[in-house]
Write a protein that binds this ligand. Structure first.
Ligand code: SAH
Ligand code: SF4
Length: 378
């Protein structure tokens, strides 16, 4: 039976929390008190809110859950640096959240913004599942709070939030912006206090979203998933390119740099024989030059990510030799770039891959149960 989406306290802005308290005939300090429970003490249940009157907690719980997510599965990569959670939403749908730890003490959470994704990038596990629905701001925030709570229990602190999980953030613009604003509320106001420079939003190139985001005038980092530097190839890898071709995307990205003065990154998933060629590297240099607002600016950084293999795409990461050859073209042109190490590969930490694997595992388990229930006739 289909279950509805439950409303969560993490969906309310501080302003809305104050209005709610007023509606319930409560003093306004209660709003700040509950807000602190949510964002400073990282509460996940009403039981924890010991100084909030029981009657008020009961009334709130009739309308709102505290957190709209629960953990289905947790995996840790064999090197221990990457953890991944499969989380269930109140309507039974599932998403993924990843934590990446780095030697320099950075703890970065990678959050999902949609269940599935409608952009259909051929190499992406999330794209291969299609689009189910947008996440609410509360469902996005709750992923961050969940990981912050896990880290806190280990004496660590969450330092960065990247919108690089399942979904296209700018296709859920309003809720993504609300989640950032809410998580950015200063600690002095009882908020989570995540600085704007510690967020990164990654987009497949939804131009209207980039342009709107430029006007927020925030110091948030922008990553653009480019993957190809000619329209012919990008149309195949990122179908959204047919709607917003490269020239339009480059113009919007440059606009983001001009409005925010921030360096942006172009993401490039390296696929052998597809986009790891010298021609594509040379075309990429031209795209980077066209994006920089003035000739000697180095405000565009290229992140190269060897492909994580997915069930629905025939393709593989290039050999190290080919990767080096691609980097050499960028080096020669003075384009700043980083070749990412493939992290969490053993837990399928690529976007959408854990959910796919869990689904396969479950359907395999289901089949073997069916076989027990209905043993084949002798
Ligand atoms: N929809 C947004 C953000 C989520 S995808 C976007 O596309 O930018 C986050 C990043 O994961 C993107 O750069 C995407 O290209 C990359 N990605 C998707 N599938 C991948 C795979 N199989 N291997 C490596 N990176 C992948
Ligand atoms: Fe969606 Fe990003 Fe995957 Fe493309 S790469 S299908 S935009 S999640």
């Amino acid at each position: 039976m289909a279950r509805g989406i439950l409303n969560s306290l993490y969906n309310l802005s501080l302003e809305q929390m104050r209005e709610l308290m007023m509606e319930l005939g409560q003093p306004s300090f209660r709003a700040d008190q509950i807000w602190r429970w949510l964002y400073l003490r990282l509460a996940s249940s009403y039981d924890e809110m010991s100084d909030v009157p029981r009657l008020l907690r009961d009334r709130l719980s009739a309308r709102y859950v505290v957190t709209p997510i629960s953990v289905v599965a947790e995996q840790r990569s064999s090197d221990g640096w990457t953890r991944k959670w499969l989380l269930r939403l109140s309507d039974g749908m599932e998403i993924e959240t990843v934590l990446m730890e780095y030697a320099d003490e950075r703890h970065t959470v990678c959050v999902s913004t949609q269940v599935g994704c409608g952009m259909g990038c051929s190499f992406c596990a999330t794209g291969q599942m299609g689009f189910a629905r947008n996440l609410s701001a509360g469902e996005i925030i709750a992923q961050v709070i969940h990981v912050a709570r896990v880290l806190r229990a280990e004496g660590e602190t969450l330092t960065n939030v990247v919108f690089m999980g399942m979904g296209e953030p700018f296709a859920n613009y309003h809720n993504v912006v609300r989640a950032i604003r809410q998580l950015n509320t200063p600690v002095a106001e009882g908020g989570f206090g995540m600085g704007m420079r510690r967020f990164t939003v990654s987009t497949a190139g939804l131009v209207s979203g980039i342009l709107h985001f430029s006007e927020e005038r925030w110091q948030v980092n922008l990553a653009v998933s480019l993957h190809a530097a000619t329209d012919e190839l990008r149309n195949r890898l990122v179908p959204l390119n047919r709607r917003h071709p490269l020239q339009e995307l480059v113009r919007a990205t440059r606009r983001y740099i001009q409005r925010t003065n921030r360096r942006v990154s172009y993401e490039w998933v390296l696929i052998e024989g597809v986009n790891d060629t010298a021609e594509q590297a040379e075309a990429l240099v031209k795209v980077v030059e066209a994006t920089n607002p003035h000739p000697h600016a180095r405000l565009v950084h290229v992140n190269l990510i060897p492909l994580n293999q997915t069930a629905g795409f025939v393709g593989q990461a290039p050999s190290e030799e080919r990767q080096r050859a691609f980097c050499a073209v960028l080096d020669q042109a003075g384009v700043p770039h980083t070749l990412r190490v493939r992290r969490g590969i053993d837990i399928a930490a690529g976007c959408g891959q854990l959910r796919t694997r869990e689904a396969l595992r479950r359907s395999a388990a289901l089949k073997s149960e069916e076989q027990v229930a209905h043993p084949p006739a002798p």
